[in-house]
Structures are given as structure tokens and as C-alpha cells.
Design a protein around this ligand. Structure first.
Ligand code: G6P
Length: 607
């Protein structure tokens, strides 16, 4: 899940490659590197750590050349050192790679036996040596690349550059995304269209097994059987402007504070405010024909599906389940005839979610998706696509995309309820009105920032934190724990409040803060009983509730965060706000890297 770029240009390539890599850093930031051809010879600059380190090296030691390849890395095989940083190269070929070559060990043994000396701990290095081996045997670059790529197992995208040919780049795609960009006498490769947006909006998305030969005059694409094919050129919507932080210190803060606006955009895309109905896009689903809904996702997106399960069950009485993509794809789940599989993903490129989608399709499920990147692989592979309108999300920890996923999923659940006759016209009007209020109420929930920042000072001292909730608050408890550990590195767990006494209560003492998420609803009393059990054992409780809930919660609560009252079904959109702010301000107090936490990446394109 690294980011890769290739440019055959008219001007110095290295600065352009760095510009494109900046737009790909969401895919990983363990190291970065660029290689160009200079007088026909391969030259490289590489640096561990973030792209700015590479920028520093290039400033003092520039890399000339009008053709080049670049890489930003999320380490899989081998530590994030300079020698493991891409591009990897022999004297004949340089390679950037995203993904995993699963059979690298056997290829490495084979090539070592032939005298190839390996100098890195990466799987990628076998690509360099295998292509070099075929070049030495007399194959031309295209034939050598085609022959080598056929031997690689795994999911990968590769771009290769060859000594002595300043008018040739070869790219191959199997499982990981790769796009071709068409300029004016210039050609590009990029992991996505966003990387290429400063140079061109004319893009071809390579298909599974494609290998593309790029020259300044254009691209020739070959299928996995080496047959030349035409792939369509599309005009992408990916914006050229690099998203900036506005007047926020971090992208995550900007994205948290954008939520009222982007939730508004999203909700308005699914609601007709005049007729007070849910209005789905053209690709809508016949909910009366769906036997069972299976929702699949990873990370924060999977917690959005867990909220949605309550909605689909309660509002639409639709048999529903959720699965984590990495489990679903191998679990051999029993999938019912006329089942609908719904995939939720910010990036639309998460490898496990995409593989799960293909598995569901092979097993006869209808395929729908909720994605933030409209041109992503998951969107393109779906029968029905329901976009979130969150705009580019840069902070690695997802916030506004989650909020918009909730907005879309709530709309879908209401539309399913209307279609299935479990929601009356009166209730639909009521729900639509309440849904349209949510962006404003999310804005009000953000006003708690000063109180949350205070609490965060205390949380920052903790080693462990528990989050508990029932019903719709349970997935938010898990999301609260996930957010906190992602960016503050404090160990946190999210638990169903009723499960507390089956284990985690043993952890409770005065050093373990417990965040209780309990807006006033039909489960309030039960969660408050669990809260009392915590307090009886000396636990320090932070209660997130609305005015009525706080009034009825009794004494002994350590600290309180108030959220506005709302339609009970939509509470997760409000409880999500303080848990995001808690994680953010705790990370600030701890001085961690909020937007690019260690070991993580925004888009996980490896298994
Ligand atoms: C990574 C990100 C998370 C995200 C998850 C799923 O782990 O750090 O924020 O929730 O991937 O990504 P997706 O793009 O499929 O929503």
C-alpha cells in the first residue's frame, strides 16, 4: 500500500514526482525515493521517514533527468531504512512497487543461485533481478517485463524504468491500483488519479493483469495474455489543488470541524427536502427483493456498518449482518440467494474490502457500496454506488468520512424501511426532518471543545482507557477506543456496557478512566447501572450524554460532556463528535503525530 509514480516528461522530472508523491503520502510514509535517467544511466535519491526528508536531500543533491519514477512506502518486508527504500535498481532497471510479491523467497533463491546479489530485505528486489536476468538473456524491455510479471504471485502494481531508454516506462497491475495519465507530449503513471491531477485529468484505469508500455507518444496496454487492448480514457474529477489545513493545526482537526458542512452535503444528496422523502440515486436497490443484507468493511468504516446494522434491523426489519473484510473473504460465509452485499470504504481501495466484494460477487450477491472516492476500484466494481460527499480526507484517522458514511447508511436504512413497509409516511417525514437537522446538531456538539480539551489533559496521563456503550452507542464506544489508540498510542478498548462484568471490570481502578456513552434513550438506565458498577470500584467516569441524561445520572461522575438531544436513531452522529475530539486533544497533549500516526496508513492496499 505504497504510492507509486512514473513520469516521461519534458522538464525536470524529480520535482514533479515529489509533488505527486505528496498527494500519495496517505498510502504510507515510512520512506520515499525517486530515480531518474541521467545521460541514460539510473540515478537515485532515497530517504527513510516522511517525504520531506527526501525533499531535503534533493534540495542539496538534485537529480537531473526528464524521465523518472517515485515511491512513498508503507513497509511490509524489511525495516523502513534507506537501503529498503524504493526505487530498487540494478544497473539495467529501476522499479517502484506497491503490494506484495508473495513468492519472492523462491524467486530470490533461484536468482541468487544464478549469481544475483541481493542487498535489501524487501520482496520488491526480486522484480529488479528477475527483469535484469531476462534482459541479460537478450529479451527487450517489454518482453522481459511481460515474462517477469507472469511469474509474480500476490497483489501488486509496478512501474519499471530502463537504462538507456529515456522514452519508456512499463507499468503492470495485478490486485493493486495503477492509472495511466495522458499529457501533451508527456505520459504518467500513478497509484491514483489524485496523484496525477496536477499534470492531467485524462486518465486510464488499468485493469487486472494489464501491462502498459508508455512512451511520450502514448500508451499501449496489453492484457495478461499479451494481447494489445484499448482501455477507455476518462476525464477524472480529482482536484489539482492540494487540500490544505486552512487555519487548523492538523488535517484531522480541519476534518472534524468540517463535519457539519460535509454531513449536510451528504444528507442533501439523499433527501428531497421539499417532498420530505429519501431520494436515492438512479442505481437504487429494490429493497423488497433483498433477502439479507451483508455489510463488509475494515477499520472505522466497519464500525459505521455496525451502527447501520441497528438501523437496518430496527427501521427496515431487514435481516442484516456485518463482517470485517479480512475475515469475510476467507470465512466461507453462507450467503443467501437474493442477498445484497454492501461494502463501505472511504478510499474505495482497501485490499481486503475489494477482495471481499469480488468474493461476494462470485457467490451471487448483489453488490452495493458506500465510498468517498467516486472513481475508486470498489465503486467501479459495484452495481450500485452511494457516494459520501466528505471531500478528500487526509488525516489517517477517519472522522468526517465516518460521519458521512453514517449519513448515507441512515438514508439507505430509511429508504429500505419505506420500501418494505416498516416505516409509515408520517414516520418517514419525521425521520427526514430529524436527519436534516443533524448537520446543525453536529455543529453544536463541536462546541464542547474546551471541556473536551480539559478532559484530554487527564486522559493523556492514563495507560489504559475503557469506552462503554449499549445499542447504538456500542459501535461508537469501539470507535472511541480505536481513535484514541490510533493517534495517542494509549491502550483503549471499546466494550458493550453489558459485557463489562464479564471481564474488563477486573481492570477498573482509579487509574483507568472509563468513557461512558449514554444519551438518554430506552437503554439509558441500563448503561447508567453499569456506570455505577464502575464508580463503585473507584473507576473515574467521563459521561457523554445529553441534558436529560446528565440530569438523571446521579452524583459521582468525574467529568461530563454534553451533546444536544436528537432523534434517538441518529445519536451516533452526535456521540461520534466528542470521542473524536477526545482522541485529538489527547494526542495533542501527548505530542504525537496526529495526521500521520506511526505504523499506520490512510489506505490499506495490502492484505
Ligand atoms: C485504515 C485507515 C482507517 C480506515 C480503514 C479502512 O486503517 O487508517 O481510518 O477506517 O483503513 O479504510 P477505507 O478506506 O476502506 O475506509
Amino acid at each position: 500500500m505504497c504510492g507509486i509514480v512514473g513520469i516521461i516528461g519534458k522538464e525536470e522530472a524529480a520535482p514533479l514526482i515529489v509533488e505527486a508523491l505528496r498527494r500519495l503520502e496517505y498510502r504510507g510514509y515510512d520512506s520515499a525515493g525517486v530515480a531518474t535517467l541521467h545521460d541514460g544511466l539510473i540515478d537515485r535519491r532515497r530517504a527513510p521517514g516522511k517525504l520531506r526528508n527526501l525533499g531535503g536531500i534533493l534540495a542539496t543533491d538534485p537529480l537531473p533527468g526528464v524521465i523518472g519514477i517515485g515511491h512513498t512506502r508503507w513497509a511490509t518486508h524489511g525495516a523502513p531504512t534507506e537501503s529498503n527504500a524504493h526505487p530498487h535498481a540494478s544497473d539495467r532497471v529501476a522499479v517502484v512497487h506497491n503490494g506484495i510479491i508473495e513468492n519472492f523467497r523462491e524467486l530470490r533463491d533461484e536468482l541468487s543461485a544464478k549469481g544475483h546479489a541481493f542487498v535489501t530485505e524487501t520482496d520488491t528486489e526480486v522484480t529488479v533481478h528477475l527483469v535484469t536476468e531476462y534482459l541479460r538473456q537478450g529479451l527487450d524491455p517489454v518482453a522481459a517485463a511481460q515474462k517477469a510479471v507472469k511469474r509474480f504471485e500476490g497483489a501488486f502494481a509496478l512501474v519499471l524504468m530502463f537504462r538507456g531508454d529515456e522514452d519508456l516506462l512499463i507499468g503492470a497491475r495485478k490486485g493493486s491500483p495503477l492509472a495511466i495519465g495522458y499529457g501533451d507530449g508527456e505520459m504518467f503513471f500513478g497509484s491514483d488519479a489524485f496523484a496525477l491531477a496536477p499534470f492531467t485529468n485524462r486518465v486510464t484505469y488499468m485493469e487486472e493483469g494489464d501491462l502498459a508500455v508508455l512512451r511520450r507518444s502514448g500508451a499501449t496496454v496489453y492484457t495478461v495474455n499479451d494481447v494489445a487492448v484499448r482501455r477507455p480514457i476518462v476525464i477524472t474529477q480529482a482536484g489539482a489543488a492540494l487540500v490544505d489545513k486552512g487555519n487548523h493545526r492538523h488535517f484531522m482537526a480541519k476534518e472534524i470541524y468540517e463535519q457539519p458542512e460535509v454531513l449536510g452535503h451528504t444528507v442533501h444528496a439523499y433527501v428531497n427536502a421539499i417532498t420530505e422523502t429519501i431520494a436515492l440515486p438512479r442505481t437504487a436497490i429494490d429493497w423488497t427483493a433483498v433477502s439479507r443484507l451483508t455489510m463488509v468493511a475494515c477499520g472505522t468504516a466497519s464500525l459505521a456498518t455496525q451502527v447501520a446494522q441497528y438501523w437496518f434491523e430496527q427501521l427496515a426489519r431487514l435481516p442484516s449482518g456485518t463482517d470485517i473484510a479480512s475475515e469475510f473473504r476467507y470465512r466461507d460465509a453462507v450467503l443467501m440467494e437474493k442477498g445484497l452485499a454492501l461494502f463501505v470504504s472511504q478510499s474505495g481501495e482497501t485490499a481486503d474490502t475489494l477482495a471481499a466484494l469480488r468474493h461476494a460477487r462470485e457467490n451471487g450477491q448483489g453488490i452495493a457500496s458506500v465510498v468517498n472516492v467516486a472513481e475508486s476500484s470498489i465503486a467501479r466494481d459495484s452495481d450500485s454506488v452511494f457516494p459520501t460527499h466528505a471531500g478528500p480526507e487526509i488525516g489517517v484517522a477517519s472522522t468526517k468520512a465516518f460521519m458521512c458514511q453514517l449519513g448515507v447508511l441512515a438514508s439507505l436504512a430509511i429508504s429500505a424501511g419505506v420500501a418494505r413497509g416498516t416505516i409509515t409516511r408520517e414516520r418517514e417525514i419525521e425521520l427526514v426532518r430529524r436527519l436534516l437537522e443533524m448537520p446543525r446538531l453536529v455543529g453544536e456538539a463541536l462546541h464542547q471543545e474546551a471541556i473536551v480539551a480539559n478532559i484530554a489533559q487527564e486522559l493523556a496521563k492514563a495507560r489504559d482507557v475503557l469506552f462503554i456503550g449499549r445499542g447504538l452507542a456500542y459501535p461508537i464506544a469501539m470507535e472511541g477506543a480505536l481513535k484514541l489508540k490510533e493517534i495517542s498510542y494509549i491502550h483503549a478498548e471499546g466494550y458493550a456496557a453489558g459485557e463489562l462484568k464479564h471481564g474488563p471490570i477486573a481492570l477498573i481502578d482509579e487509574n483507568v478512566p472509563v468513557i461512558v456513552i449514554a444519551p438518554y434513550d430506552h437503554l439509558f438506565e441500563k448503561t447508567i447501572s453499569n456506570m455505577q458498577e464502575v464508580m463503585a470500584r473507584g473507576g473515574k467516569v467521563v459521561l457523554i450524554s445529553d441534558r436529560k441524561g446528565h440530569d438523571l445520572s446521579g452524583d459521582g461522575v468525574w467529568m461530563r460532556i454534553e451533546i444536544p438531544e436528537c432523534e434517538p436513531a441518529f445519536q451516533p452522529m452526535l456521540t461520534a463528535v466528542p470521542i473524536q475530539l477526545l482522541a485529538y486533544y489527547t494526542a495533542l497533549a501527548k505530542g504525537t503525530d496526529v495526521d500521520q500516526p506511526r505504523n499506520l496508513a490512510k489506505s490499506v492496499t495490502v492484505e
